[in-house]
Design a protein around this ligand. Structure first.
Ligand code: SF4
Ligand code: SF4
Length: 464
């Protein structure tokens, strides 16, 4: 056993801040911590052949203090955001309803089929103004829930965002209403929506049954088609649950690629245990980022290599990875950022490295629909490429063509490993750039907003 480094975390039972150690045992990094009152616990945080200590070796943005709330009790108890916070938001999530038309086993928002008071359009306008005051529009606004499409005034909410000068508005949805309600995608696109962040847990109905309680694959296909018809870019967002859909990763990537250019990428989220998972999970029930990179490489037969993936340049390096590609008509891809293949653990290549210093630019560029859509239907879903796309990387002729391809045929593979009460590390939340707007106008890092104790007590959600 070797101690790698020290940090701070929370007791899963009483939510008190306690010291924690990152400890290496059998090539796996664990977060070990002891609460004087409630005892010890240990959680796997990093496993696989991507070496932990050499991972964050790429460009690192300078810390920026933007918060206005005073730091009275110390992190993570002063969110608002407080003066100790190190990153401005790159994405702000507005929960515009707690109602939902699914009742999933896996739910960050702990939503359900329930009535209740949605925030008014006036309150949402106030949220937009708060985000503007703190972030000066330099962020993505994600309309979320619950299921935001249950609001009849959703186009009006999108228009209000545009009026407040946010130029990248994204809808976080399960896709059911987009698939079933004629003209909803059209109305949202006309209102100014840029992108759809589509819950997508697998290509098999039995996976959807297990995770979401319904057969949803045909619905997802119809939702994607509605987005294609209305020039809305789509990001597929699978929640990965060991034992349920981890072995479907390769098929999900294949499906995403077959639906470019309307599908702009796939963003994996290994399950974290908050919301409706208040009891301590086993390590076998977790998937760490290196394990996920390995699965992607194996299940795509090396088309997407571990060595392609980079840590983020904005949030904490251990929160996410990504790679941007150009997707060709023949199904091949070209990475636009990667580590050298021979350096399995971590020298960064100079070649065509995408600037990661501005996460918002990245999201806008990668996740918006192509400028000219020329989608036609194929087998009940979307065509694989624009009509003028090259067949393969060998056919790229000049810089102009390359730039057009990198815009119109962009495809990204990325992941974020959310933290729960067992694996929370204080440095990571201090460098969080995904913030949720609380009902009382405060910006709270997403992981902290959703975090629960073993008894289901929240740190922030429903307490502010
Ligand atoms: S997470 Fe950020 S805003 Fe919240 S208490 Fe810690 S430093 Fe402050
Ligand atoms: S939401 Fe959680 S995992 Fe994502 S950047 Fe913030 S702290 Fe990291």
């Amino acid at each position: 056993m070797m101690i790698n480094s020290y940090t701070q975390s929370l007791c899963p039972v009483c939510l008190k801040r306690i010291p924690a150690e990152r400890v290496i045992r059998d090539n796996t990094v664990y977060l070990d911590k002891v609460c004087a009152e409630h005892g010890a616990c240990s959680t796997k945080i990093w496993q696989g052949c991507q070496e932990y200590s050499r991972w964050p070796s790429t460009v690192k943005s300078n810390p920026v203090a933007l918060g206005t709330f005073s730091a009275k009790q110390g992190c993570p108890f002063d969110c608002g955001i407080c003066v100790d916070h190190k990153r401005p938001a790159c994405t702000v999530i507005l929960e515009i309803t707690q109602r939902c038309n699914l009742k999933c086993q896996v739910c960050f928002a702990n939503a359900g089929i329930k009535s209740g008071n949605d925030p008014t359009i006036e309150q949402i306008n106030q949220w937009y103004e708060t985000v503007t005051a703190v972030n000066h529009h330099n962020c993505v606004v994600q309309l979320s829930g619950g299921e935001p499409t249950l609001r009849d005034d959703l186009p009006e909410i999108v228009r209000a965002g545009i009026k407040n000068k946010f130029d990248f508005l994204q809808l976080n949805t399960n896709g059911i209403k987009l698939a079933q309600e004629q003209d909803l995608a059209k109305k949202l696109a006309e209102a100014g929506l840029s992108s759809v962040y589509l819950q997508f847990d697998g290509t098999l109905d039995e996976i959807n049954q297990q995770v979401r309680g319904r057969n949803l694959f045909a619905i997802k296909q119809a939702a994607i088609q509605a987005c294609a018809d209305n020039n809305l870019g789509v990001i597929l967002v699978p929640t990965l649950v060991p034992g349920i859909n981890v072995d479907n990763i390769g098929e999900m990537i294949k499906f995403a690629l077959n639906n470019t250019p309307v599908v702009r990428g796939i963003h994996f989220q290994p399950i974290s245990y908050f919301g409706r998972f208040p009891s301590q999970p086993r390590d076998a029930d977790r998937l760490t980022l290196p394990e996920l990179m390995q699965e992607i490489e194996m299940q795509t037969s090396g088309k997407f290599l571990m060595s392609h993936f980079q840590p983020p340049g904005w949030e904490n390096a251990y929160c996410s990875f990504h790679c941007n590609y150009i997707a060709f008509k023949d199904g091949s891809v070209m990475p636009l950022s990667s580590k050298k293949k021979t350096d399995s653990c971590c020298l960064v290549s100079d070649q065509t490295k995408l600037k990661t210093s501005n996460a918002v630019d990245f999201i806008s560029r990668q996740w918006k629909a192509p400028e000219k859509s020329s989608y036609t239907t194929k087998d009940g879903c979307c065509n694989t490429s624009p009509k003028n796309a090259n067949d393969s990387v060998d056919e790229i002729m000049d810089l102009d063509e390359f730039l057009a391809l990198s815009r119109n045929n962009a495809f990204s593979v990325s992941a974020m490993a959310f933290q729960d009460v067992w694996n929370l590390e204080i440095e990571r939340v201090k460098e969080c750039c995904i913030h949720v707007m609380s009902p009382d106008n405060r910006l709270i890092p997403f992981c902290l907003y959703n975090l629960t104790s073993t008894s289901g007590q929240h740190l922030y959600r429903q307490t502010v």
